[in-house]
Design a protein around this ligand. Structure first.
Ligand SMILES: [Zn+2]
Length: 313
């Protein structure tokens, strides 16, 4: 009998293309298409294990969110047209379903990786999740996908310590909010500051490691804080699994913000997380797409990230 090493899982769903906020909105279906097309062009698509994202159950969503948020979104979900949740965040008739499948993708990814059915996993999803707080949808996000995944690892799989890493250019206020009082989850982030969501940065809790970067910061600045601030925190915590809020909007070409990362930096951080994961966590990594709005830079950065995860670099 032949045994094969499990592949990197790619988890997505067709409904992610049907969630459209308003015409011209930067968080658009073409973001998914751009990544998928480049995966095919680069010959990586065939080397991944493909899974369709299930819907997260109400019980799974309630681990990260309160019932009022779930009920409120169900109530607001339109049968036609669009409704605004905030000035940047809109629901169309497919949004709620897409949001449930996006959280479900991250939850399935967690199951596959912990059960050894995938070496690691990338969730090609939208809407993104890291701005969604315990009781609030905001900033293009409805449910906090990566928080649901981390809570699946703790609740269903009985892990004790996991780490969420967030290198999106925006502060992952939602993920911090969900885990503020849960020291079983370390949240390490870098983000441009000041910038949306303009929330206060929480210092003084050892499991919340937030590192603001000034506008114009380069890849070398990013790498320095990862090694100087994230690395010692992770070394002390020894997480059993890593989750990545993979936003690629800190790229030089992304006009949503003013950081200057490039594809090399995204490969470097992925290699770094792989090293930590092998040292502490049996290689277990679940990564989920957050931001990234320059379609070319997004596709190249995400594909390079997946290339490293899949050991194809
Ligand atoms: Zn972002």
């Amino acid at each position: 009998m032949m045994t094969t090493t499990p592949r990197t899982a790619l988890i997505t769903h067709p409904v992610f293309l049907q969630h459209v906020m308003v015409p011209g909105h930067p968080e658009c279906p073409d973001r998914i298409n751009a990544i998928q097309n480049l995966l095919i062009e680069e010959g990586i698509q065939d080397l991944l294990a493909h899974f369709e994202a299930p819907e997260a159950t109400r019980e799974q969503l309630l681990r990260a969110h309160n019932a009022r948020l779930l009920d409120d979104l169900e109530h607001k979900s339109p049968t036609e047209g669009s409704v605004a949740i905030d000035p940047d965040t809109w629901m169309n008739p497919f949004t709620l379903q897409a949001a449930r499948h996006a959280a479900g993708a991250a939850i399935l990814a967690t199951d596959l990786v912990i059960q050894g059915r995938a070496r690691n996993a990338f969730c090609l999803v939208r809407p993104p999740g890291h701005h969604a707080e315990h009781d609030k949808a905001m900033g293009f996000c409805f449910f906090n996908n990566i928080a649901c995944a981390a809570l699946q690892a703790l609740s269903t799989h009985r892990l004790h310590k996991v780490c969420v890493l967030d290198f999106d250019v925006h502060h992952g206020n939602g993920t911090e909010d969900v885990f503020r009082h849960n020291s079983n989850v370390m949240v390490c982030s870098t983000f441009q500051y000041p910038l949306f969501p303009y929330n206060e940065i929480a210092y003084g809790q050892p499991h919340i490691v937030s590192v603001p970067l000034s506008e114009g910061a380069k890849g070398t600045d990013f790498r320095e804080v990862v090694m100087d601030v994230w690395a010692p925190a992770i070394e002390a915590f020894e997480p059993e699994m890593f989750f990545i809020s993979a936003g690629f909007d800190a790229h030089l070409l992304d006009s949503m913000a003013g950081l200057q990362l490039n594809e090399r930096d995204y490969m470097w951080i992925t290699e770094t997380v792989m090293r930590w994961a092998h040292k502490y966590a049996y290689g277990r990594i679940v990564s989920s797409l957050e931001g990234g709005y320059h379609l070319g830079a997004l596709a190249r950065s995400a594909v390079d990230h997946i290339r490293v995860l899949a050991d194809l670099a």
